[in-house]
Design a protein around this ligand. Structure first.
Ligand SMILES: [Zn+2]
Length: 84
């Protein structure tokens, strides 16, 4: 299974949504996701088990403003900033 991992500035919200910023127009869009956990295949320290939480979009999501595809199920999202 090939996974394309992209990390963008995304904010986790309640109710299984994240907010993704459109790279084209800058609008924040809601994307419904599943939380999953990834184990890196080549960890820095093999004796330490590292699990990375990732978010899998449930469907192809397009920007509400400009129509650009901002998330799709084959691209996992890594949360790099968490909003309070
Ligand atoms: Zn846009």
């Amino acid at each position: 299974m090939l996974l394309l991992i992209h990390s963008k500035t995304s904010f986790l919200t309640r109710n299984k949504y994240i907010l993704e910023k459109c790279s084209s127009c800058g609008k924040w869009n809601r994307v419904s996701v599943n939380k999953i956990f990834i184990e890196p295949s080549n960890p820095i320290e093999p004796k330490v088990k590292v699990i990375i939480p990732m978010y899998e979009p449930l469907q192809i999501s397009k920007c509400e403003k400009c129509g650009k595809v901002i998330a799709e199920p084959t691209e996992l999202i890594r949360i790099v900033a968490v909003k309070e």
